[in-house]
Design a binder for this molecule. Sequence first.
Ligand code: OOG
Length: 244
Amino acid sequence: MNRLAQRLDEAALSRTAIAKLTEETALDVPAAYQVQREVIARREARGEKLIGVKMGFTSRAKMIQMGVDDVIWGLLTDAMLIESHLDTGTLIHPRVEPEIAFLLERPVRSPADVGAAVGGVAVGYEVLDSRFADFSFTLEDVIADNASASGFGLGPWHPPRAVANVGLTLEIDGRTVASGSSAAILGDPMRSLHAAARLAHAAGIELEAGWIVLAGAATAAVPLPPGAHVRVSGQGLGHAEVTT
Ligand code: OOG
């Protein structure tokens, strides 16, 4: 597992796409999560801190785009948080997608904790950068690759509110390139938070107070070119912006 984690980590650091791990090594889902954990452990050893989780494959559009049918998660570190600029030259083939984000004000150890845990909601974006050539992977590969997580940014936090049907748009250089409703995220992004709590419980991980949960995309991901101005808006939630 350690050798596989090293390959993924080095692919990211050298921004060189690699072949699917499963072409050479049989992986099941638990083994894939073990590789993911080791990839993150390497980042922690370089001083990065865990600050949350991201959910993946929570929308039909994404499941169809990627040919999978299971919800997955990846881990977020502080180094992944993007302020206002992202140098795409540090990435392999970045894509961007609009997201709904939750801020936890209490720890979540199981789904029973979710109701009281949410301290804020925001619109945000996620930058995906699969370490695999052509974004081509099996479910196990993408889990090992931390669910293609690369970076993310957030709009302003708002007090908890219903986010079951928030209109989301993604603009690049003033042109709308993707739009949808948060209802595409498992019918309601809160369900994605419940799924995160279930995965946390199963993995024996606590979602800590102060952590961020990215509930997943409501649209397909769009290639993120250099020299772009990206703006993601969520009805009633304001927007998040980044230049590349
Ligand atoms: C995997 C990550 C999927 C989402 O929002 O569904 C994901 C990928 O598409 O590369 O983050």
